[in-house]
Design a protein around this ligand. Sequence first.
Ligand SMILES: Nc1ncnc2c1ncn2[C@@H]1O[C@H](COP(=O)(O)OP(=O)(O)O)[C@@H](O)[C@H]1O
Ligand SMILES: [Mg+2]
Length: 230
Amino acid sequence: MNEDMTDKALMLRDVSKTFSEGGCMIEVIRQVSLKFSSGKWYTIYGPSGSGKTTLLNIIGGIERPDAGSVLFGDTDIYAMNDEKLSRWRNVRIGFVFQFFNLISELDVEKNISLPIKIYNLKQDRKWISAVIDILRIGNLLKRKTSTLSGGEKQRVAIARAVINRPDFILADEPTGNLDSDNSANVISLMKRLHDESGVGIILATHEKELIETGECRFKLSDGKIREKGE
Ligand SMILES: Nc1ncnc2c1ncn2[C@@H]1O[C@H](COP(=O)(O)OP(=O)(O)O)[C@@H](O)[C@H]1O
Ligand SMILES: [Mg+2]
């Protein structure tokens, strides 16, 4: 369990981000204000290049916005120093990526316990075995991740993302590299994890079929969010 009882909502306030590309300025995110309550599943939908990765990186403390702020409870995350921010990220947020980002030379067990090792956090053994059970990776623990299928890799990556019991999983195109069977499987396991642990999920995708997965759905276009309803 996390140590304090503060409101764990994540809030974007008038967030903007501009990149310059070959002398041209591209305003990728334009004054976006959004609230992500803990324990809910949000889907952010938009075509390739619409700014989904940029938005997730801003939410997760990886990419500083040019204007506006990101609040976790009452804390402005970008007002923290780098060390505090990276600790916050490690404890509160779990990232899941399209290309899994596992360490191929290490076995599954070592990959999933890495976030605990880095900050020397306490292991919650009951939680770890629940995660291994829900994601059905118990038979893979001693395998090097380079030997796993795509679906297996993503289940391991999700286990690694939740091992510290984060408040939110930020999943960037988590099924973008999976066939439809594995994609459905990964989504249903994420759903079970969400239902059983109450972890909030913010999933970005360009796949129309996945829009329905969220309790709250947002569409990103022209740097703006348009709500699609609950
Ligand atoms: N570090 C960067 N430098 C310059 N342009 C970038 C950078 N990151 C993203 N962009 C641009 O921002 C836009 C949105 O990118 P991205 O957030 O990756 O969208 P999506 O994830 O929806 O495909 C694209 O036009 C991309 O080229
Ligand atoms: Mg992207």
